[in-house]
Design a protein around this ligand. Sequence first.
Ligand SMILES: [Zn+2]
Length: 230
Amino acid sequence: MINRTLTACKLLRVAKLLLAEDVLDVDRLVRGVTDWFGWAPSYRSIEVLDDKGWTEWYGKESELLGETGGIMTPEGDIRVKQKSIGSALHELVHGAMKAQGGDPDTSERLNEGVTQAVTMAIAKSLGIKVPDTYKDERQYVMKVLLPAVGMKLGPFSVQYAKAGSAVKWLVDTIWKRGGRFMLADPDWGTPDVARHKKSLTDYFKRGMTFDVQPNAGDMVKYLVFEKGVR
Ligand SMILES: [Zn+2]
């Protein structure tokens, strides 16, 4: 009898957890993001829309954005599709980056990769499931970028958000750790610090590929995979 009661309790708890996935507990998400960064996300409002509301609000653009479950307007209004709690968390992570003065100046895909990597780490600590969006970009962040700067995701994301220019911070950090390898290898052409730093800057603004394979023309992957920068 006792066993049966215990089992019933367990089942009830599981059912509650499952239900909780569909209920947008904004405070809990904001707390998770605040604990991660050490400051609160910046946003004006957050609202859940049903499929019809989402399509209406988002209009034609929802087709362009494919499976995106949430978005934040420039004014800071977050709208998420029903049952997209993970997307609400993702938008709040954007809000935390913005709280430091604006979107980081890296390419959009890189910024989404960092945002989603942080989203998944916070979701794990909160016990929330999130859709695995921006998978290539996120894996690039975890397997290439973090070794290149020699940091774990937590301190990395804080520095990335606070840097003022995230691109400049990435270039300077990576150059300090691996620049000597670039200068010593004639395959990279004239050993000119300014030229190499300019290439790295362009790379983080637009020119990167997000696979995690060694790639002959990719400076950061060269440092990580061929020179063992960690
Ligand atoms: Zn995003």
